[in-house]
Design a binder for this molecule. Sequence first.
Ligand code: TYD
Ligand code: MG
Length: 451
Amino acid sequence: VPRTERGYRCSSCGWTTVAYVGRCPGCQAWNTLEPFAEAPRGTAASRRPGAAAPAASLVRLGDVEGDTAERHATAIPEFDRVLGGGIVPGSLILVGGDPGIGKSTLMLQAAASLARGGLRVACICGEESPRQVRMRAERLGVADAPVDLIADPSLDAALAAAESAGVDVLVVDSIQSVTVEGLESRAGGPAQLAEAGARLLAFAKGTGTATLVTGHVTKGGEVAGPKLLEHLVDVVLYFESAEGGVLRLLRAVKNRFGATDELGLFEMTGAGLQSVENASAAFLAPHAPGASGCAITAVIEGSRPLAVEVQALAVPSALAAPRRIAAGIEPARLHLLLAVLARRGGIPAGALDIVASVSGGLRLRDTSADLAICLALASAIHDRPLPAGTAFLGELALSGAVRPVHQANRRLAELARLGLRGAVVPAGTAAVEGLQLTRVASLADALERVG
Ligand code: TYD
Ligand code: MG
């Protein structure tokens, strides 16, 4: 596969290198190295003016080597889940997130696990000194893993070292902390970031090294951040915390090798990130039975069903235009459902401030939780709890009709597994063992059935 050659070339003797050096070892001249990027032969960029371009070659689709399907599994179940089964060799993976969320922790755990599995793994640690990394590794119980650290802040020097060591997996923590020499702008600035991204891409593709890069997201995102690199990389993962607690959500927003709706769930513990496999239990853990305004539902996150609780609060408002605060629910959806509740359910929220949120900091992405949201709102407005052990499934039409949801069976099975006893569901929903189903045709119907 032809690839772009990048590096530095001495302007006096033509000696080339991938890493910048001040003095050319070829002719001993100082400051004669100039960056170059050479496109593969046969492309427009390498054409000399006037010269006819050599014809490109044709490859029959069927003859192209397919996905080798080879992946390096990190043996961290939730990380592998989001990656789509593991890390693809030669891929460039960006892990973004707020400072302190756990990116470095996840990277070190993954690096250690891959290294223990027999791969050659190196970490460019620009954020922390090797001593700090060592202390973290001890805390994580991975200090004995054969991971190499590269502490050179110059990206070119670090990449040259990684290339000559022949690493299989390279971790760069973080992209904001490495510098590309020869550029005027400061480390972490947009020009630096873009250039560092381009070099990492060339490195990953050119050497077949799976490359994991972390990047800080700045609040508001106005400063140059990982967003700048999204188009360039193969996989973009974002790490976020749920309600500032110990739960950490890892989401794929782009994945050339897997699904993007997959959600990885971790718990930050004293000894690093632990994969949470019983995700529903984690989301329902803060559940306070008997409280008004709480309704349980089940959503499909990627490949798994997840039980979550919708929580609502209604309090008299002191404002002419009462407030509507939504977390995890689209504000527009909340307004729509309040309108349906007022008109079709006969429960106006009128002069009340309404707060609605989803447990665990999850964002609801489909409409299957409509019924649960409306019942949570109704329960909050009346300050009367919903029946214990009952879940709600269903999309609502503006008419107040309850519409079916996809994969209802899997959602209900998950609710039954968690020990719920009943569910209010759209008419026509098939029975599920262990759950008493109440089939309803409309919102008014559902309100009546829960009393
Ligand atoms: P870190 O991975 O450094 O975050 P990032 O690289 O995204 O900035 O995580 C730092 C936080 O995690 C810090 O607040 C301490 C906490 N932590 C634990 O709770 N347990 C651990 O085992 C480790 C290593 C960190
Ligand atoms: Mg870090």
